[in-house]
Design a protein around this ligand. Sequence first.
Ligand SMILES: [Ca+2]
Ligand SMILES: [Ca+2]
Length: 192
Amino acid sequence: MKRVYYILILAAMPMLAGSLLGQTASLSGQVLNPMGEPVEADVFLLNSAGDTLATTISDCDNGGAYQFGDLATGNTYFVKVAKPDDEFLNGLSTFDMVLIVRHILGVSPFTGYSLMAADINNDGQVSILDIVRLRRLILGIDGMLTPSWRFVPTGTYTVQGSYPILLPGDVANFNFTGVKTGDINVSAIGCL
Ligand SMILES: [Ca+2]
Ligand SMILES: [Ca+2]
């Protein structure tokens, strides 16, 4: 019987220690466009196995803020941000096509988020194929664009799907930048 109690106490110890020391933390940040304006998007919190632990929405009425609370400290979590593809023409115009042409001709080369936005067919480079694709979208010949938005941790430019974050305690400002595919001049409305 003593041994059973011992095992029970051992099993309960990490939980007890965590609650006694208050070892929970929150993770928060903002989802913004490249101009720093809020974007409403779905924010997913995943574990390392890829299971969804919680979901929330970045709040346009609160500067695009999102937050997860009551998380165990010391763990690495993963955050994924996504936005439905249904408003794929949001912000797309012939002016974006002109800007991509100027990039390809070397007149006004892109950097950073503009390069991400201009890769419309998602093949890792900006080429005449992206202009063709954008033209077909604007003319209504092609009826979908996937992904319509791409989200990366602010200051990075490589899309991976989900991004790790270690929680030694509360972490704020795990911010994401949302790039609307094809929208070079950032005219898409982020809070639809
Ligand atoms: Ca491309
Ligand atoms: Ca645009």
